[in-house]
Ligand binder design. Structure first.
Ligand SMILES: Nc1ncnc2c1ncn2[C@@H]1O[C@H](COP(=O)(O)OP(=O)(O)OP(=O)(O)O)[C@@H](O)[C@H]1O
Length: 237
């Protein structure tokens, strides 16, 4: 039986201040099991990015709890939280977030350096992972020399190089054409074949449905339903 690798219970989150203050999450509970590739879908403003930020321990909720594997997040000091993020969570942002002055290999290697890997080994591992995302020939290229799809693949290499239990991706195919989008999703689906790892993808893109085991729907700060990936696909086809 697969184990739960990420669990959130009753998350509530307010954003903004004064008249602009909104309740972005209104009591969200969610768990991800190893071996799952789940999609989080919902209209603009429904709370997807807020939820992903809390699950990725980038934001602390007003109330509710998050557990990554067997580790409760509440009460961790900033250093312990940063360690938990590095060791257990890979985050893929829509806008890549690559360092412009570092080449592709060094962007990926950075994720290993902060984990204390030895320099030579980290260099080799970074090259291997870039090869795996089809960029073995571009390890020395800088972000400005890469297309959007290539930059996203570097960002994915960086997120997967540490073999974290959880990968969270915010619209990873949003800026990509169909071929690059499919390549990116194939990589993420491969990761989710490992029964100890799970991938959660925020998306508006119905082309991603074939890759999902599970689709979770969020509206107005609440989970309003979920279905198996195959069932969600039948509705759009
Ligand atoms: N910094 C902020 N201050 C005030 N309100 C915010 C802030 N960030 C987001 N919100 C509001 O919180 C709600 C949830 O936003 P969130 O970005 O999580 O939604 P989303 O589902 O990711 O939207 P999108 O699909 O457009 O990215 C929205 O009503 C949004 O307007």
């Amino acid at each position: 039986m697969s184990t739960i690798v990420l669990e959130a219970t009753d998350l509530v989150q307010h954003l903004g201040q004064g008249a602009g203050r909104v309740q972005a999450l209104k009591g969200v509970s969610l768990s991800l099991k190893g071996g799952e590739l789940a999609l989080l879908m919902g209209p603009s403003g429904s709370g997807k990015t807020t939820l992903l930020s809390i699950l990725g321990c980038l934001m602390t909720p007003d109330s509710g709890t998050v557990r990554v594997g067997d580790q409760p997040v509440a009460g961790l000091d900033p250093e312990a939280l940063a360690k938990l993020r590095r060791e257990r969570i890979g985050f893929i942002f829509q806008s890549y977030h690559l360092f412009p002055t570092l080449n592709a290999a060094d962007n990926v290697r950075l994720a290993l350096d902060v984990r204390g890997e030895r320099a030579r080994l980290a260099k080799k591992t970074a090259r291997e992972v870039l090869d795996r995302v089809g960029l073995g020939h571009k390890t020395r290229s800088f972000p400005r020399e890469l297309s959007g799809g290539e930059q996203q693949r570097v960002a994915i290499a960086r997120a997967i190089v540490g073999n974290t239990q959880v990968i969270l991706a915010d619209e990873p195919t949003g800026a990509l054409d169909t071929a690059n989008g499919q390549a990116v999703m194939t990589l993420l689906a491969d990761i989710a074949k490992d029964p100890s790892r799970a991938v959660l993808v925020v998306t508006h893109d119905p082309r991603i449905l074939p890759f999902a085991n599970r689709v979770i729907h969020i509206e107005d700060g609440r989970i309003v339903g979920e279905e198996a990936g195959g069932d969600a696909m039948k509705k759009v086809s």
